[in-house]
Design a protein around this ligand. Sequence first.
Ligand code: PEP
Ligand code: MG
Length: 571
Amino acid sequence: MSNYMKGIAASDGVAIAKAYLLVEPDLSFDKEQITDVESELEKFRNAIETTKVELTKIRNNAEQNLGADKAAIFDAHVLILDDPEIINPVEDKIKNDKVNAPTALTEVTDQFVSIFESMDNEYMKERAADIRDVSKRVLAHILGVELPNPSMIDESVVIIGNDLTPSDTAQLNKAYVQGFVTNIGGRTSHSAIMSRSMEIAAVVGTKTITEEVKQGDMIIVDGLTGEIIINPTDDEVIAYQNKRERFFEDKKELQKLREEDSVTADGTQVELAANIGTPDDLDGVIENGAEGIGLYRTEFLYMGRDELPSEEEQFEAYKKVLETMDGKRVVVRTLDIGGDKELPYMNLPKEMNPFLGYRAIRLCLDQPDIFRPQLRALLRASTYGKLNIMFPMVATIQEFRDAKALLEEEKANLEQEGVEVSDDIELGIMVEIPSTAALADVFAKEVDFFSIGTNDLIQYTMAADRMSERVSYLYQPYNPAILRLVKQVIEASHKEGKWTGMCGEMAGDEVAIPLLLGLGLDEFSMSATSILKARRQIANLSKNEMNELSNRAIDCATSDEVQTLVKQYAK
Ligand code: PEP
Ligand code: MG
């Protein structure tokens, strides 16, 4: 029997594949006295052998996909399985204490882990982590429980998880992962944003998907509507295969607009740019005819690793993006860590409200030794293309001035070192905190441009956590309160001869586009996959009419009223 669920549509596309559960399995067991020592020893030895085979496979896979460095960890793990100082005491325990294999294994390895962990020595602490990892793997084999190994996926799957952290998402192999579904999150959580740049179908915020689906169940994910079907009938599979085909056909049709300008029916030109997380996203940017990069989220460069990226590494990444974009504008946002983007190796204190806490520009200004190398890398890369630098989460004009002062200091340092720096770098801010939107006229005198970050601006204006599916109804981009803020920011920038872009998800939203066009937005920056659709939509709209629409919209009382109005105008 098919089982139907609905979540929040997070990334366009239709996936039909087997479910792959990325959840911590239950490895609980009872301590038992045994009589048959030989059979218990055999269980243990078989589990060791199976684990060796598994680890060797993972190792080879990691070497191919992630490089020799990362693969070396698994070499260390295989060595543990051959270490008599660990293996012998487990066997002795089974023989002498007559306890079952899971008990003997856990008691022995726990002892090693606690000794190594208590040592004031990084190497030994890492060894403790290795032993814990390997022991978990062996235990799973003894218990006959399968552990998830996402790096080993070698067939089409849909990933199922409570949430996927951005670094989980970054490690998924696009060749096999057709889509994913999570319990928590909303349209603007970062796993959702990344799924769009990876062009895989995604539905988030289902609350209970991990309870409803079993490993290997067939599942249909409709990222266009948020619908999910578990164990579909043959007819349902055929219907969705057809839908997927239509989706791909439409994509092909849209390709015709790739080289076109983005112009309304009555001749107003706007810029359609792409949001990226890493230089790997550039292929999608080019394929989808972006006119620039409106947001490069550099924090992803800092994730999925154990230490900060060096100035050199950053320089190479920024240079690559600038060169690939070949003179088109690239807006690079400085480090925006915090909220749902964590960096475990920085050991930042846990906070009650991470989205309101020590993050982004606040952290960068407080720890200039982290910020300065990024600024230097950007300045050095600036001669390879058209670079704009943007600071995130600016709440006060003083923060902007302080960040700008650091940038200027580093520019002077580089020039003194004889390094060439472009003198054509525009400097702007994200407008994503209501205080900054309110003071847009003041900011507009000092910045070169604004980019409205509606993902955060909406969460802060509506006081609704963007990660919480329970309050996701308050993510209301069309709420007149939001439209008024947007209008105010755009007008303030234009008064000073500056421009305003938008890089929050609202910029690529079909219902919002007519309104934003009417409000006079200059640049729309979105997931690359939304660009061609937006271009087609804009070509069919009249700027004059959208102007009238937006004037009426800001006088509405509710988001629903605005949506109804948009439907009337955008027929
Ligand atoms: C935003 O807040 O709208 C934005 C674009 O930044 P991020 O989603 O990375 O917070
Ligand atoms: Mg933001």
